[in-house]
Every structure is written in C-alpha cells, then in structure tokens.
Design a protein around this ligand. Structure first.
Ligand SMILES: Cc1ncc(C[n+]2csc(CCOP(=O)(O)OP(=O)(O)O)c2C)c(N)n1
Length: 565
C-alpha cells in the first residue's frame, strides 16, 4: 500500500484493535494530529499535561487488558511523562509510547528540543528505538506491539522523525496476528510443587497483581480452598491489583511494610506458594533485611521468569501462565492430599474464616467509635465510601495513609478485578488512571481516592474528565500534608521526625483549594466535612454521568506507624 508514515502507523494500530490514542502534541507530532482530523477509527484523548496522558493510557490498558497508545512531544513531553512511564514499567502495562523526533535533515545541527530520546526511555521500557527508514516502520510497529503484549508485558517506545511521518512510500502493512502467549508450566515441576504443598504442615499463599492480569482469581480461590491456606496480598504500598476476593474467608490481609514485621507474619508457615508477584518490593530498609524466614520453602508460579528466585531462592520455580498453572496445580494437589490432610485443610479454613470475620467486625466497631470525631478520620472517610460502593465499581487508590487497605479489610470490594493500586509510586497517577479505567469500562462506576499530595501531581487531568465527560468520582483525602513521609521519617528514626518536627512535608499556608481548582478545570466540586453527606453525595455521583470531585478534610494527626491488617 502506498501511504505516508503516519498513515501506516494508524493503519497498523487500527489492525491491532486500537481505538484510543492518548496524547499531547507539539510541532513534531502535528502529522498525527492532522491525520486524525478525518479518521473516524480513533478517539484522540487530549491531556493538558503528560502525567495525565500517560496515566490515562496506563489505566485504559490495565482495565482493557489491551495495548495503550500514547503520543507525547519530543524530549520535554517525554520527560514530563517519565514518572508515569516508570509506574507502567513496574506494573508491566502494555503501552506503545511514541514521540515525534526532529526532521532527520536537521538533527545534526542540534535543532530545538532534539535529543536522544531512546536513551531516555530505555531504562523503563522493554524496547526503545528510533525508526530511521520508512521501510522499517511496519516491522517496527509489529515488533513494538508484540513485545509490549508478550509476558512479561510492558511499555515500549518508538521515536518517529517528523519527516518520516510525512514521507510517502510503498509499504507492506500486513499485521502480525496476536499470539496466544499463555505458556503452561512444565508438568514435572507442577507435580513436585503439588507434592510439597499437599504435604505441608502449615501453607500460605502470597498473591500478586499478575493473578488478576492472567484472569486467574477463580483458579487461585480453588487452590486456596483445597489447601485451606490463608491468602496474603502484597503490602498496601505495592499491591497493585487485588488477586483474591477480600470477602473470602481465606483472605488474610496484606503483608506489613517493614521486613521484621513481614518475617514475623510469615514465621509460622512452612510452605509459601507465591503467585504472580514480585517477591518482595520493600519500602524502607530494616534489619533483619531478610523478610522471608529461612525455614520457609518457597514455590513460585509466575509468567515472568526474572521474578523466580530474584531475591529469595525458591524450592520450585514454575515458569508459566498463572491461570493454566493454578488450574493444573489444584487438580494435582487434590489428588496428592491424604484424606487426613483434606480434613485438616477444611478445619483450618473454618478457623481462618472465623478470624477473618472477627477482624472485620473489630474494624467496623473501631469505625463506629470514630464516627463523631471531627475533622473526620481516615477510617471514617473510607467507611463512608465503603458503605455506598456499588458491587461492580472500580476503585483507583492513590492516598496511601488514608486508604491503607481499608476497603479490603472492610470487605467493600466485591469484585476484586476492579481494584487498582500503585506498584510504581510515581505520584500523579490516580487522576489519569481512573479516567483510563472508565474509558475501558464505560459500564462500571469508577471511584478515584486521592491524597491531596498525590492529586497535585496530576490535577491537570481533570480538564480531560470535563472535556470528554468521563464520569469519574474523585475524592481528595485532604490532610494537608505528605503524611506517609512523616511516618517514613519516624520509621527511619530521624531526630527531627522523632521530635514531631518536619520541613517540606506540610501543604499549608496556603492550603490548596481543590474545589476552586477543580471548577476552574470544568469539574463540579464540593467540600464535604460530614460522613453521612459524603456517603450520599458519592453514591449519587457514582450513579451519575459526569465527573465530580469531593474535597474531604481529614484529621492531620499522624500515627507513628501504618497498621496494615
Ligand atoms: C512524583 C513524586 N514526587 C514525590 C514523591 C515522594 N512522595 C511519596 S509519598 C508522598 C506524599 C503523598 O502525600 P499524599 O498523597 O497527600 O498522601 P498521604 O501520605 O498524606 O496519605 C510524596 C511526596 C513521589 N512518590 N512521587
């Protein structure tokens, strides 16, 4: 087919099933903007800052399980988006990130904004390349799409010189049909793992985000029930997607943050089945550094071989698809378990289920006891939201000390696949991700729970919510500070922090006026100080068809530590 570079680019995206492009243009991206004028195949979603652009693409790709496509401006646009690219890389989100490059005839002179973007993007992408010849463009596109979508999935980067976008040539645009990338783990290794697990005295399961991404939650539930094993997600700082239903009796609450507490939590187990998870991404160094006790034998199933034995030696490493692996493992464990072991597992499940209910009841009692405290507490805020969260809601969390795994502990998330938490911790992610999730799931209400600190890194995204009428409910948990950093400083035993004194961690004088800010970007906004009113307004907003923001002042009192139950 005879066409320009940019037409070839769009043609191949459409063939790959892409219908959204998230972008913010400059001169070197104008051939794309211009080509989209008469192209009905794509919705171009403009963000007014690259943090929002990349965040939206990340949310869209995570929720849809398909390729997210991003187009940002040369050098500076890419630079602005790097924090979000880091998040996408850590989450393994399949993104095709593109930027225009300066005209190849000018580059040697070092024209405005030209630079070696491939070197910039390389560390946080699986593959980064500048296309130099138009004849290579179709092959570059096929490779980029396939690499992004092949496990371990992740972002890729293409730099496209502006003159190449406009150049015409005869090109073979034959698409690469999608590969079925699910690989079954080797049977022999599965048998050995099943033997070990069937004979375990006290097994537990650590679950990570890739279980959700492999659509393997049901399979994991079956394995957990067969073993009567508690299921523990990653700590609240890195748990990303929720790989196990939080209302299930075997849901045992997330790992703690610090290595001594993780050790203590895992001390009583003899076998750990780890599934679809990075073992282990910690937050602050603590002694003893080894979070997994020495006596615990680790069996790890993951599509990403790099994760197996990365930090802790594994007894058995199962490389392969979580869904296929868990289904086979369950059958093998069931037939390897003696009747005596089966009844022990059932009894254990009952005990763990009772403990689960007790923990939840205790949290509800605590929430009730705080209901009249003003300004409201983090728990009251989360409880007020939990009460009205629809069963099919998607939740995007970026308010670390407020959210604190409370939705999970309160049993508010009835569909675990709708949960999105941070895996990267470059802030500014929650505004855009929530919008991307809603674009991918137009029929599911989306709640974005944001820290006031986090919100300010991506707030320009609200303009897109208004412009595109993307109905997301944003709740800003406004403690006017970077509270997690105060807790972190105390955990590091820094002298000022132990004395309760901080520099650069308070967002006061002036406090940010989120209501005025949101309204200026076209989003309806209200400050809410009462829990009942919050529940009512959020319920209405989640059922509505426009974006809304609620600014909720909460207590500024900082706990010494975060209690992730
Ligand atoms: C882009 C970026 N800049 C700075 C940080 C460092 N940082 C981590 S947590 C945090 C504060 C978060 O504050 P907020 O969202 O209000 O949540 P809180 O800790 O108060 O619950 C900051 C500044 C970061 N992670 N990302």
């Amino acid at each position: 087919m005879r066409c320009t570079g940019i037409d070839a680019f769009l043609h191949m995206l459409a063939d790959a099933g892409v219908n959204h492009i998230f972008g913010n243009p400059g001169t070197t991206e104008l051939p794309l903007s211009d080509a989209l004028v008469d192209d009905g195949r794509f919705r171009y979603v403009l963000g007014l800052h690259e943090v929002a652009v990349m965040g939206m693409a990340d949310g869209y790709a995570m929720a849809s399980g398909s390729l997210g496509v991003v187009n940002v401006h040369i050098s500076c646009g890419l630079g602005n988006s790097m924090g979000m690219l880091y998040n996408a890389y850590r989450s393994g989100t399949p993104l095709l990130v593109t930027a225009g490059q300066q005209d190849r005839r000018l580059v040697f002179e070092e024209p405005i904004l030209s630079s070696d973007m491939v070197r910039v993007a390389e560390p946080w992408t699986k593959w980064a390349v500048q296309v130099q010849r138009i004849g290579d463009l179709p092959s570059a596109m096929r490779r980029a799409i396939q690499i992004a979508l092949t496990p371990p999935t992740g972002p890729v980067f293409l730099s496209l010189p502006v003159d190449l976008q406009m150049e015409e040539a005869e090109l073979d645009l034959t698409p690469q049909p999608p590969l079925d990338r699910r690989v079954r783990p080797p049977l022999e290794a599965l048998r050995q793992a099943a033997e070990l697990l069937a004979g375990a005295g006290n097994p537990a399961i650590l679950v990570g985000s890739r279980v959700v991404e492999a659509d393997a939650i049901d399979e994991l539930v079956r394995v957990a029930e067969t073993l009567g094993a508690p299921v523990i997600p990653e700590s609240g700082t890195t748990h990303g997607r929720l790989g196990f239903p939080c209302r299930h009796p075997l849901y045992a609450g997330g790992l703690p943050l610090w290595s001594p507490e993780v050790r203590q939590r895992l001390e009583d187990y003899d076998e750990l089945l780890v599934v679809g998870m990075d073992l282990l991404r910690q937050y602050v160094y603590h002694e003893p550094a080894r979070a997994i006790p020495e006596h615990v034998r680790v069996i790890h199933l993951d599509e990403d071989p790099y994760q197996l034995g990365k930090n802790y030696p594994v007894e058995i490493g199962l490389v392969g698809d979580c869904k296929a692996g868990l289904a086979e493992l369950d059958e093998l464990i069931s037939s390897a378990m003696s009747p005596e072991k089966q009844s022990i597992a059932q009894a254990r499940m009952e005990t763990l289920g009772a403990m689960h209910s007790e923990r939840r009841d205790a949290l509800l009692v605590e929430a009730a006891s705080q209901r009249d405290v003003r300004p409201i507490t983090a728990l009251t805020l989360m409880d007020s939201l939990a009460r009205v969260l629809p069963a099919n809601a998607a939740v995007v969390e970026e308010a670390v000390t407020t959210t604190n795994t409370m939705f999970e502990r309160l049993g508010a998330l009835r569909r675990p696949d709708g949960f999105f938490g941070h895996r990267g911790w470059a802030l500014g992610w929650g505004v855009g991700v929530a919008m991307g999730v809603r674009l991918a799931w137009p029929d599911r209400p989306v709640l974005s729970v944001l820290g006031d600190g986090a919100a300010m890194y991506g707030i320009q995204g609200l303009w897109t919510a208004a412009h595109e009428r993307i109905p997301v409910t944003f709740v800003v948990c406004n403690n006017s500070q970077y509270q997690i950093l105060k807790i972190g400083a105390a955990g590091m035993k820094l002298p000022g922090a132990l004395d309760g004194r901080f520099v650069g961690l308070d967002l006061v004088d002036p406090q940010v006026d989120f209501v005025a800010l949101a309204r200026s970007l076209g989003v309806r906004a209200t400050r809410v100080e009462d829990p009942e009113e919050l529940s009512e307004r959020v319920a209405d907003s989640l059922a509505g068809d426009e974006p809304q923001l609620f600014d909720v002042p909460i207590t500024r009192e900082t706990p010494d530590r975060l209690n992730y139950g």
